[in-house]
Design a protein around this ligand. Structure first.
Ligand code: BTN
Length: 252
């Protein structure tokens, strides 16, 4: 049975679909997998204090509410894995060089096409609810904000896309990975995620605590930290925001 996307709620204009989804799901238990899609997001939130730029009606800005109550708190990074894998799998149908830049950005080559903001609430030792906010650049071709390296599907394919069709297709792909998670196919998910990580098993440049260094991406550990191998053979693990990829002159 499909969960993600089986109930899609359209919003003309809202501050942030994550805020709205959080508020709605606090007031009542929603249908598992409900999607809130906004035509226009006036205060879209990115990671940290960043603003998420999206031209009205051009892109997909949506939040999915799921209730993964089977998932232990220490395994919550699995949500990032299934969401990013769903997106990547769909993008693979039309594009090459699609990767997951840890922890959960979607890149095509050196440019960012989608960003994800996951907000979990917990109940005891497990998750209660996950609000998964996805900003996916579909038809926008001019970006005005300070975002360092945005790109859209239209810029890459030279054609416009039907946002609602794209949303439905992405939901199906995410749902396939979510059902693997529910069925406990952890090894398959972990392997697929690591295979798609930007820089996996390759030397790349990173920056942590102002220091720039070369390292090889080994993968992620069981709590979702980025694991890097240095050239002396030592291994370091980083939480989100503790390390940045250096791509050309950008630290992202
Ligand atoms: C990032 O890469 O910084 C994360 C961006 C997440 C943006 C999406 S758009 C839909 C949802 N609502 C929000 O306010 N943010 C997320």
């Amino acid at each position: 049975m499909n969960i993600i996307g089986n109930n899609i709620i359209l919003l003309d204009q809202i501050d942030s679909t994550n805020n709205y989804a959080m508020q709605q799901s606090t007031e009542q238990e929603l249908i598992d997998g409900t999607v809130f899609l906004a035509d226009d997001q006036t205060a879209g939130r990115g990671q940290g204090t960043n603003f998420w730029e999206s031209e009205p009606k051009a892109n997909l800005t949506f939040s999915v509410v799921i209730y993964p109550r089977f998932l232990e708190i220490m395994d919550q990074f699995m949500i990032s894995k299934i969401v990013t894998l769903g997106l990547v799998q769909w993008l693979d149908l039309s594009l090459q060089n699609v990767t997951i830049k840890w922890p959960n950005d979607i890149y095509v080559g050196q440019k960012k096409i989608a960003g994800i903001l996951i907000e979990n609430s917990l109940a005891g030792a497990t998750l209660n609810k996950s609000v998964i906010g996805i900003g996916f650049n579909v038809n926008q071709t001019l970006f005005k904000s300070k975002a360092p390296n945005p790109i859209s599907l239209k810029m890459l394919t030279q054609k416009s896309w039907d946002r609602h069709e794209v949303l439905k297709a992405i939901c199906l792909h995410m749902d396939q990975w979510y059902s693997k998670l529910r069925e406990g196919q952890i090894e398959e998910i972990n392997k697929a995620f690591e295979n798609r990580m930007m820089g996996i098993n390759q030397w790349a440049t990173f920056c942590a605590e102002e220091e720039v260094f070369e390292a090889k991406v080994s993968g992620v550990n069981e709590i979702g930290q980025l694991v890097l191998e240095l050239n002396d053979g030592s291994v370091l693990a980083f939480h989100n925001k503790e390390v940045q990829y250096v791509i050309g002159s950008l630290k992202v």
